[in-house]
Design a binder for this molecule. Structure first.
Ligand SMILES: Cc1cc2nc3c(=O)[nH]c(=O)nc-3n(C[C@H](O)[C@H](O)[C@H](O)COP(=O)(O)OP(=O)(O)OC[C@H]3O[C@@H](n4cnc5c(N)ncnc54)[C@H](O)[C@@H]3O)c2cc1C
Length: 417
């Protein structure tokens, strides 16, 4: 897939065998790296891990800074990269609307019903309908439209278009445990009496030269490591975050600190997305089944012990701080309890509309929904298994590959006509 990754990328470092320039998604180095995120990288090297300036290059293993989706110090996501501010004659963007269902004629998708300003509208499709509602939304939209496990759709009184037993199954995500430490340091972020001044200075610097605190991606540095030395490749990823992250930031701590996130790259647990209602407006039932497979817990525990080695290395030792929960170097039963109480997603859910060449796969290898015509899914939900890293760039790559499939289908339809 390297070719399709490169079709998406404009890396400010320049092109090489693994990276490209001149394509829609801008990739940059952090403009103002945080010194403590740097100390974490040094500590990783001191602990015996390789230094790695490019996790997306020849080798994934090691410690370094993450590159970011930014341009000029501002967020630069796929919307800006691919659609941006330039109108295109062949694209009409409708916002503040929710797709309610895919409309079928027999098994052919012929359009989409949307809800906008409280009114239902229909949009017809001459060639294909592409569903890109994400890992939770795409299986939900398929199911409310009649594509899903037959018995589950029956429970909700939805007329069956295609029995697709694995729609909404195979949910995989990177389970993550954050070693949260309270530590007062002016370079770290948190909520205290100095925060307003820090933000004001950050804002001025950002306006002046597009740099400073406000250009941080928060999770600045990290590493890919093997939780046990005998493994042949990294199975754990670390993110060093320059603030305390508790309950996804919902639980506030009125102090400064940092968090070292430890996540399992290839979890074995599998969850589900199911309908709570036949209405798209009602959120689906999401059950990630985290830690259902005991090996995920073991990997997480081993990964935390490796992270402790880094935190104890000379470069990080001066920043030990105080654990937000439990003791600083919790192990064994204490660590297990902490993980069970506090681990959660690091936001990489995928696989609920998996592609595959087997009959049970929701999509065929060209991302077409099995049992239907004129319908594809193009987003992170199509992954057959969770990839061993962050999921945004791979999702852009999926979009690039899908564009090739769609063009090829259009060309063969034109030839046939
Ligand atoms: C807090 C957070 C932080 C993350 N950080 C990183 C990171 O640092 N690096 C990284 O690589 N990845 C990161 N990710 C993961 C990354 O954002 C996702 O993997 C990626 O966005 C998946 O793309 P997608 O197109 O599948 O889904 P999405 O980006 O979720 O897009 C789906 C879109 O469909 C819309 N939608 C859903 N249902 C409907 C409907 N019925 N009608 C109309 N619209 C609908 C949604 O509103 C959404 O805009 C992060 C995710 C989160 C949530």
């Amino acid at each position: 897939m390297l070719r399709c990754f490169r079709k998406a990328e404009n890396n400010e470092r320049g092109a090489d065998d693994f990276h490209a320039t001149g394509c829609p998604l801008n990739v940059a180095d952090l403009r103002t790296p945080n010194p403590i995120a740097g100390a974490f990288v040094e500590a990783g090297v001191e602990a015996g891990f390789p230094r790695n300036p490019d996790f997306n290059g020849a080798n994934q293993e090691g410690f370094g800074y993450y590159q970011v989706s930014q341009k000029g110090g501002s967020r630069f996501g796929a919307g800006r990269g691919y659609i941006g501010a330039t109108p295109r004659a062949n694209v009409q963007v409708i916002t503040d609307a929710q797709a309610q269902r895919v409309i079928f004629e027999q098994r052919r998708a012929i359009g989409v019903e949307i809800l906008r300003d409280g009114k239902t509208e229909t949009i017809g499709a001459r060639a294909e309908v592409l569903v890109a509602c994400g890992t939770f939304g795409s299986p939900q939209l398929l199911m409310v439209s009649g594509v899903g496990p037959a018995a589950h759709l029956r429970e909700h009184g939805i007329a069956l278009v295609a029995d697709s037993p694995e729609t909404g199954c195979n949910l995989q995500d990177h389970i993550d445990y954050a070693i949260n430490r309270k530590f007062r340091h002016p370079a770290l972020f948190g909520i205290d009496f100095a925060t307003p001044g820090q933000l004001l200075r950050g804002w001025k610097q950002y306006k002046r030269d597009g740099a400073g605190l406000l250009t941080t991606n928060i999770a600045e540095s990290g590493g890919f490591i093997r939780s046990r030395p005998e493994l042949d490749r990294p199975d754990v990823q670390l993110h060093f975050v320059i603030g305390i992250v508790d309950e996804h930031g919902r639980k506030r701590h009125y102090t400064r600190g940092y968090s070292v996130h430890v996540c399992v790259l290839r979890p074995k647990s599998r969850g589900t997305v199911r309908l709570a209602s036949p209405e798209m407006r009602v959120a689906p039932l999401i059950d990630p089944q985290f830690l259902a497979d005991p090996t995920d817990l073991q990997t997480l525990m081993d990964g935390v012990l490796q992270a402790y080695r880094v935190l104890r290395a000379p470069a990080m030792a001066p920043f030990e701080g105080r654990a937000v929960y439990g003791t600083n170097w919790a192990e064994g039963a204490e660590l297990e309890a902490l993980i069970r109480d506090h681990s959660d997603t690091i936001y990489h859910p995928v696989c609920t509309c998996r592609m595959g060449s087997d009959e049970r796969a929701v999509l065929d290898p060209r991302l077409r929904v099995r049992g239907t015509e004129g319908l594809r899914v193009v987003d992170a939900s199509i992954m057959p298994t969770l990839i061993s890293g962050n999921t945004a760039a791979p999702t852009a790559m999926i979009g690039e590959r899908a564009a090739e499939f769609i063009r090829q289908s259009n060309a063969s339809a034109a030839r046939a006509a």
